[in-house]
Design a protein around this ligand. Structure first.
Ligand code: UTP
Length: 466
């Protein structure tokens, strides 16, 4: 046994994890060194805490569930007053964007297991006509915003060690989709081990623990650990516009949302939509005392999920769509002295080595994965703002291979959005017409209408050409 691996034997045995050495002893020195390196990355104290929490099986929330109420939010604008409010916010957002104070950040470190797509989810083809990838779709928006605001807006891409290299290769092969390479910052999140229901670490090979990305909350840790916050500060960036790779509808760098965030002096702001129905699988905004947070759908007790107001509205009806503005200073502050976000648990089918050293894929969940959620930082904010938006305009995630929240529903919703832009500009797309308005052509309905009306851009039925 290599000396480095033997170093870990005592502490891991004392922690009831001695089985991790079982298959490594028959391996060569290189394999043993690989396992040693992985064990060095395991925080045994944290692991014990996670296992204890798992055994107690209490819901994991950043807010105390026995005192949560629905969170207040800025509702969709109504009337002239609402329009004035939105205009003021847009102005403040435009100023920040033009002054180069904002970065875009897409989180793309997830495993996309429900989608079942080989490779990083950002490489998934989404364009209804072009078939362009989710990454390209989002990058086009950043490139177009850089042009619109005349600012060197950086694009941050969160990956995980499992897809980091593939992501970089994909972006490089596509020439960073028109971004200058120095303005694309790709950085990996951390990984966490999984355990079986007795709290024992699982092995995926004799020299490898089963580990998975530490959740999108890992973005906050990685921003600090990978030096990204320092780089952003060096560039004079104050706000990070955070979104998920799997939502093609997101209005990346939305000036109005940024403006609301800045005018409210919020440290972390979030967009929300009203839930489709009480059962929709999105987290909900809640408040406990002065603290705002999100309770994940799986942690929301049934009586709260089903509760309705006297007017019939779902009481906890403000659904999280994972679009946030996060202050660089806030991200820095929460990392000072070690960021402690709660660890959520998910029971999963985890292929792993049996006692005989044979890799098996169980048919039922056999273990627990742990992850942190970025929104659990919300209660740490001195001020947190929640802003309502329209689902049809902004939210249609690609989560599943088919059915709800799949590529088919996301393309349908993109199509419906583009149809509405067309009809506002005085056109009607025929039934069954497939169309796509590339973000590089128009970022929003106003720009589209302007191009069509003022610049007299022509349309051939499916593609827009100048
Ligand atoms: P989800 O957890 O909804 O989806 O992540 P997923 O990980 O892509 O797919 P499943 O759950 O395995 O089917 C929502 C967003 O957060 C990112 C994902 O890449 C996606 O953009 N994410 C998730 C991370 O960046 N890191 C993580 O550890 C988890």
């Amino acid at each position: 046994m290599s000396p480095s691996l033997s170093e870990f034997r005592k502490p891991f045995e004392a922690a009831g994890q001695g089985h991790v050495f079982r298959h490594a002893e028959a391996q060569d020195a290189a394999a043993q060194a690989r396992l040693a390196q992985q064990l060095a990355g395991i925080d045994l104290k944290l692991l014990k805490r996670l296992v204890d929490e798992m055994k107690q099986d209490r819901p994991v929330t950043a807010l105390e569930l026995d005192r949560v109420e629905p969170a207040p939010f800025l509702a969709l604008p109504v009337g002239p007053g609402g329009r004035r409010r939105e205009k003021r916010a847009a102005q403040a957002g435009i100023e920040a964007l033009t002054a180069g104070k904002v970065a875009a950040m897409v989180v793309a470190g997830g495993q996309g297991s429900r989608l079942g797509f080989e490779g990083p989810k950002g490489c998934f083809p989404i364009g209804p006509v072009s078939g362009c990838s989710l990454f390209e779709w989002h990058f086009q928006k950043v490139v177009a915003s850089r042009r619109r605001f005349g600012a060197a807006i950086p694009m941050l891409v969160l990956t995980s060690p499992a897809n980091h290299t593939q992501t970089i290769e994909f972006l490089r092969a596509n020439r960073w989709f028109g971004m200058p390479e120095q303005d694309v910052i790709v950085f990996p999140q951390g990984m966490l081990p999984a355990v079986d229901f007795d709290g024992r670490l699982l092995l995926e090979a004799p020299d490898a623990l089963f580990r998975s990305p530490d959740g999108h909350g890992g973005a906050l840790l990685a921003l600090a650990r990978e030096g990204v916050l320092d780089e952003l500060t060096r560039r004079g960036i104050e706000n990070i516009f955070y979104f998920q790779v799997d939502n093609p509808l997101v209005k990346v760098l939305d000036a109005t949302f940024l403006g609301h965030h800045r005018l409210a002096e919020s440290e972390m702001s979030s967009k929300m939509v009203l839930k489709r129905d009480p059962k929709e699988k999105v987290g909900v905004f809640a408040r406990a005392g002065r603290r705002i947070g999100i309770v994940e759908y799986s942690d929301l007790p049934e009586n709260l999920a089903q509760a309705v107001e006297p007017d019939g509205a779902v009481r906890f009806g403000a659904g999280n769509i994972a679009i946030h503005v996060i202050d660089v200073a806030f991200a820095r502050r929460v990392n000072e002295g070690g960021l402690r976000l709660p660890y959520h648990r998910a029971k999963k089918v985890i292929p792993c080595l049996g006692a005989d050293g044979v890799l098996t894929r169980p048919t039922a969940p056999n273990g627990v994965k742990f992850e942190t959620f970025v929104f659990d930082a919300l209660p740490l904010a001195k001020r947190a703002l929640v802003v309502e938006t329209s689902r049809a305009e902004e939210f249609s995630p690609v989560k599943n291979a088919e059915g709800e929240d799949s590529a088919a529903t996301a393309r349908r919703d993109l199509l419906n959005l583009f149809r509405s832009w067309l009809s506002e500009a005085g056109f009607a797309a025929g039934d069954g017409a497939v169309l796509e308005i590339a973000p590089s052509f128009a970022l929003d309905r106003e720009e589209f209408a302007h191009k069509v009306a003022v610049e007299r851009v022509l349309c051939d039925g499916t593609l827009w050409v100048k």
